[in-house]
Design a protein. Structure first.
Length: 338
């Protein structure tokens, strides 16, 4: 099956599901004139209802490896109690939506996220995709299957829900190492492109360097996916600012999601540089915090989720004004996910 046939089959599958599973939580392809909905763990919401959004945080991670990780390794109630106060805190500070960026085989748990969303009132968005930054976090089938076969798995999660929960992903999360991309990394990006074309889901990729990010954008564009469907995760780690500027000018999202005390001044400076170049409309911010660590007593040290709101936002407001705060934390996330 070639790519054109593959995408046609996915469209036909979605159309069939629309007629047989309406109202059952099963995914359908939106018509061109329909408003785009963003899927949270408690159901679809319109972009206008996302409100203040943290685009890259974690509730739980398990670095044991894809062949080991799973629900048998943790107590769901314990994880919920560890994460709950941190989610309640950001809700009190005005956060309304959180993108939980833990992928499958690394600690993603849709049941846990449903429970936390119900208790806090937050919109929590989970993902489909695989974490390819280290091969130990990839399931064995990802090493042998084609990009089309992998994409079919991710599309099924969008159509039918994750792990029997009915929860549908709101974006694609993957990762790559440095450039030039390995054959495995490139395959995952092609799979993400195929999944995006069938579902409309944005591709967020943990990326080692600016050169790798530009290579990812090139692969996506070669597969018919525009750069504005791509989020360069951890873009702040690239020290050569020309890469962030080049990616943003091509339309990609530059995610500065490592906010903490030691990185605050540098990220603020980078935001100012992008603003001076009239590229603030392509910037996302978050802290990559949280993390109940499966396998550590009590989940280890859970890093609070509030740094972006309590430390970054006041400093951003002082430097660039309230409009910049609204753009980076309300407007841009809603656009990036649609």
């Amino acid at each position: 099956m070639n790519r054109r046939e593959f995408l046609a089959s996915m469209a036909a599958s979605a159309a069939g599901l629309a007629s047989t599973a309406a109202g059952a939580g099963v995914g359908t392809r939106l018509a061109a004139d329909e408003p785009r909905q963003i899927h949270t763990v408690t159901g679809p919401v319109s972009p206008s209802r996302l409100g203040l959004t943290l685009v890259h945080e974690h509730v739980m991670v398990d670095f044991a490896g894809a062949d080991v990780a799973g629900p048998h390794r943790y107590d769901l109630d314990e994880v919920e109690q560890a994460a709950l106060p941190h989610l309640e805190r950001i809700r009190e500070l005005g956060c309304r939506t959180l993108l939980e960026c833990t992928p499958a085989y690394l600690g993603r748990d849709a049941r846990l996220l449903q429970r936390l969303a119900a208790r806090t009132g937050l919109n929590i968005v989970t993902n489909t995709g695989y974490y390819g930054f280290r091969s130990k976090y990839l399931p064995e089938h990802a090493l042998t299957e084609t990009d089309q076969q992998i994409a079919e798995r991710w599309i099924r999660e969008w159509e039918r829900g994750i792990d029997g929960t009915g929860v549908r992903p709101g974006f694609i999360k993957t990762s790559v190492n440095d450039a030039p991309l390995s054959a495995q990394d490139a395959k995952l990006i092609r799979a993400a492109a195929l999944t995006h074309r069938a579902t409309g889901l944005t591709v967020a990729s943990h990326t080692g360097t600016g050169a790798a990010a530009l290579e990812e954008i090139g692969i996506l564009e070669s597969e018919g996916v525009k750069a504005d469907a791509f989020i360069w995760v951890h873009a702040h780690n690239e020290k050569d600012t020309s890469f962030q500027l080049r990616a943003a000018r091509r339309g990609a999202w530059v995610s500065l999601d490592g906010l903490r005390e030691q990185s605050l001044d540098r990220i603020l400076s980078l935001v100012e540089t992008l603003a001076k170049e009239r590229l603030l409309g392509q910037v996302l911010v978050s802290s990559d915090a949280g993390w109940y660590h499966v396998g550590e007593p009590g989940g280890g040290a859970f890093r609070p989720l509030d740094f972006t709101l309590t430390q970054f936002v006041p400093r951003l407001r002082e430097r660039l004004g309230e409009a910049a705060v609204k753009r980076l934390l309300v407007e841009n996330p809603a656009r990036a996910l649609t």
